[in-house]
Design a protein around this ligand. Structure first.
Ligand code: JQ2
Length: 732
């Protein structure tokens, strides 16, 4: 129940602080000026004070001493003034209202205050020994009833939406029991609750009283109706009097229980008939209610502290996992038990735009995505929580079973990453004191309902609310995650700068290799040639040695070139352009065949689709694949090599197949590694870098390469490249 009904809102606007009248069990007068003179009186003042106190005059005669005491009090610090005039058996109390002094007079009670205090002392001892809030409430209900003689004393507790529930009761059976019943927020509207936080006690000794007006109606000093917020005699709202009559109560008193400044509840007392409680006993009740409030506050703080310690333990367990694991999301999801225990949830999920890890009872993936979209569009807060999601997001009714309660942490708004906990729906019945939806409209205004007999309502789509300790634990975890993610980012940045440095070193090394090693190899080859030409009479063996020297130097030179290409490939950025693969392949075949001697090779080269990439690099890929095919078919006569290509699934796919020596598929994983060979180098020359280079080039194009082989039957290499449509994302 919330106060969104326009009729109820009108009720909630009733000006209860300025009723312009008091209840008749006492009298009131207002003083102002220096010296204090009377400016406003209640019509019944004479009944209590005789005819001496009249507007426009100072307090004189019998009242002079009181006037002096009030003046002294006004110039001091004390908040309230209180005295007894024994001769007339009256209590007089006063408080300030702006420039005014408001004085209230009531008959004094006849109770023995020494007895009251000794009872109070044993009660406070008993209260501090009660182990929990429930029992403290019951003993307060009993004590207040004993002290005041009301027929029924209720302990009324507000919930988060200001509905109330009777949580303890003490009665003599003359009025019905309301124990456990709930009452909607509108029964004690917002302005009444605000007033009751400022003025903790009110009494209505006789529901059928006749209000007594103030004279003059407007205060001559302020020109306005008197603000009676702090008055004890204030005439109360007629709607509430009607409510009391409907409830069958002839008298009412309620005392506010304020815990940490918030209205926690009321001690609410009723009698079937009229019932008066003296000012002194009311003060005692207020004292009891405040002692109870302190007890409630202390027990709640102790419970909160214990919960925080438990949850803190869970947080540190999760943290240590995150700190050691590479991926914080995995680290959290892997210990589902702790993740859920962190806030006492039934399910949880970790969401980024491309990942979703869920544990426990959660809505489906698409439903979680829908929720995240809604959260992402909401206000930019790090933490969002509700125990009634469907009220804010009607679509959430579909998954209320697992997620009526939601506690969401935004880890990063920019990357839309969220950690979300869920609490299941807690379907329960609430026993209301009368049907709270029943509204009685008569002569244009709303009236309190007439029946208060228990009315059951099934409450759906709500979960157990999240406690302060749980929300704090969630916040702690969030700052820890953010800290860890940041630290990981820093580590990555450090790592990448280290990588850059070693890359630079490698580049410098390759450069020196190219210049310092290539030249000597060329010299070896050159001098070996020279030697062969000069020494015509070299014997067979010596010529063989020379040939070996020159071959070895040549291949070492090629190795250096290949290594250089390989190491430079990481840096060059690729600008994809259409590449005429037919032409490229024709050129590559010609150049490979230049060194192949007079081999017999049956070529079948099919028309190839246009590729997209860097022509120079792709030429190297083709060269290596075609060169390999030619090389490994040397034992075959005729050797057969097939080159094909097609466009499929947004990729262009090419292959080179041969009927050569093939390879064992068990070793296919090694094929593309640097210096990995599946054949003996004596049998087939080459540097062992060709396929590694091909793979690196293809991967730099965001493509893929694979190989199929059967020993002694042949091999087939296939590579795929993305087409231009995907190039925006595809090319690194
Ligand atoms: O009697 C009092 O002490 C006044 C404070 C007050 C209470 C306390 C008594 N009491 C209970 O013991 C229980 C549980 C059985 C309830 C639900 C309850 C209600 C309650 N209402 C109080 C006050 C008011 N109710 C006031 C301010 C009176 C004043 O201080 O001048 C107003 C204006 C209302 C208004 C409404 N009551 C209704 O039932 C409806 C429909 C309205 C109009 C919105």
């Amino acid at each position: 129940m919330t106060e969104t009904d326009p009729d109820l809102e009108a009720c909630a606007r009733e000006p209860i602080r300025v009723p312009g009248a008091i209840q008749p069990h006492g009298a009131l007068f207002v003083l102002a000026g220096e010296p204090l003179s009377v400016v406003q009186v209640s019509d019944n003042l004479g009944d209590f004070l005789g005819g001496d106190v009249v507007p426009g005059q100072l307090l004189t005669g019998a009242w002079q001493a009181l006037g002096e005491a009030l003046s002294a009090w006004r110039s001091g610090e004390e908040g309230y003034f209180q005295t007894r005039i024994e001769a007339r058996r009256l209590t007089v109390s006063a408080h300030r209202a702006g420039p005014l002094v408001v004085v209230e007079v009531e008959p004094a009670g006849d109770e023995r205050l020494d007895m009251v205090f000794s009872r109070l002392r044993s009660f406070t001892e008993q209260l501090s020994a009660e182990p929990d809030v429930e029992r403290s409430l019951s003993s307060v209900a009993r004590f207040v009833r004993m002290l005041t003689g009301f027929d029924r004393v209720l302990l009324y507790r507000f919930d988060a939406d200001w509905n109330g529930q009777v949580v303890a009761e003490s009665g003599n059976g003359r009025l019905p029991s309301y124990l456990d019943l709930r009452f909607p927020a509108a029964d004690i509207p917002a302005q009444a609750r605000a007033l009751y936080a400022a003025n903790r006690l009110r009494i209505i000794p006789d529901v059928d009283y006749r209000p007594v007006a103030l004279r003059p109606a407007l205060n001559p000093v302020t020109g306005a109706a008197l603000d009676m917020s702090l008055c004890q005699l204030r005439s109360v709202s007629p709607v509430h009097l009607e409510y009391m009559r409907n409830m069958g109560t002839g008298a009412s008193m309620s005392v506010s229980i304020l815990v940490d400044g918030r209205l926690w509840g009321l001690v609410s007392c009723h009698s079937a008939g009229p019932h008066m409680v003296s000012q002194a006993l009311r003060e005692t009740c207020d004292f009891v209610a405040q002692a109870l409030a302190m007890r409630i506050g202390a027990l709640a703080r102790a419970e909160d502290a214990a919960r925080r310690v438990t949850l803190g333990g869970v947080t540190s367990r999760l943290l240590s996992q995150m700190a050691t694991a590479g991926d914080w999301m995995e680290a959290l999801a892997v210990d589902a038990e702790s993740l859920l225990a962190q806030v006492g949830a039934g399910g949880a999920c970790l969401v980024t735009p491309d990942r979703l890890l869920a544990v426990g009872e959660t809505p489906s993936g698409p439903q979680i995505r829908q929720l995240v979209e809604w959260l992402q569009a909401g206000p930019r807060e790090d933490l969002f929580s509700t125990h009634h999601l469907a009220q804010m997001l009607p679509q959430a009714q579909a998954f209320a079973g697992s997620a009526s309660g939601v506690l969401a942490l935004s880890i990063s708004r920019l990357h839309a990453s969220w950690l979300i906990w869920f609490r299941p729906e807690l379907v329960h019945t609430v026993k209301w004191g009368g049907n709270p939806h029943e509204k009685i409209r008569e002569s244009g205004r709303i009236h309190p309902r007439q029946s208060f007999s228990a009315w059951q309502e099934l409450v759906r789509c709500r979960a157990e609310p999240w406690s302060d300790a749980e929300l704090a634990a969630a916040r702690d975890l969030r700052s820890a995650i953010v800290g860890i993610v940041l630290r990981k980012a820093e580590e990555l940045a450090e790592l990448s700068s280290e990588l850059q440095r070693s890359n630079k070193e490698l580049e410098a090394f390759s450069y020196s290799v190219s210049h310092d090693l290539r030249a000597p190899f060329r010299h070896i080859v050159g001098f070996a040639e020279l030697l062969r030409e000069r020494e015509g009479a070299l014997d067979e063996k010596s010529r063989h040695y020379l040939q070996t020297i020159s071959d070895a130097a040549l291949s070492a030179g090629r190795l250096v070139d290949d290594l250089l290409n390989f190491s430079q490939l990481g840096r060059a950025s690729i600008v994809p352009r259409p590449v005429d693969m037919d032409k490229l392949v024709a050129e590559v075949i010609t150049s490979v065949m230049l060194t192949a001697g007079n081999r017999t090779i049956e070529w079948r080269v099919c028309p190839l689709p246009v590729g997209f990439g860097d022509a120079t690099l792709l030429r190297q890929v083709w060269f290596n694949l075609v060169d390999n095919a030619v090389k490994y078919t040397r034992p075959r006569d005729p050797a057969r090599i097939v080159i094909e290509g097609e466009a499929r699934d947004g990729m262009v796919v090419y292959s080179v197949s041969d009927n050569g020596v093939g390879f064992d598929m068990a070793y296919v994983g090694k094929l593309f590694g640097v210096f990995q060979r599946l054949q003996r180098p004596e049998d087939f020359d080459g540097t062992g870098i060709g396929l590694a280079l091909a793979r690196r080039i293809i991967e730099r194009h965001n493509g893929s390469i694979s190989a199929q082989g059967v020993v002694d039957q042949g091999a087939s290499f296939t590579f795929a490249l993305p087409t231009t449509e995907r190039k925006g994302r595809a090319f690194a």
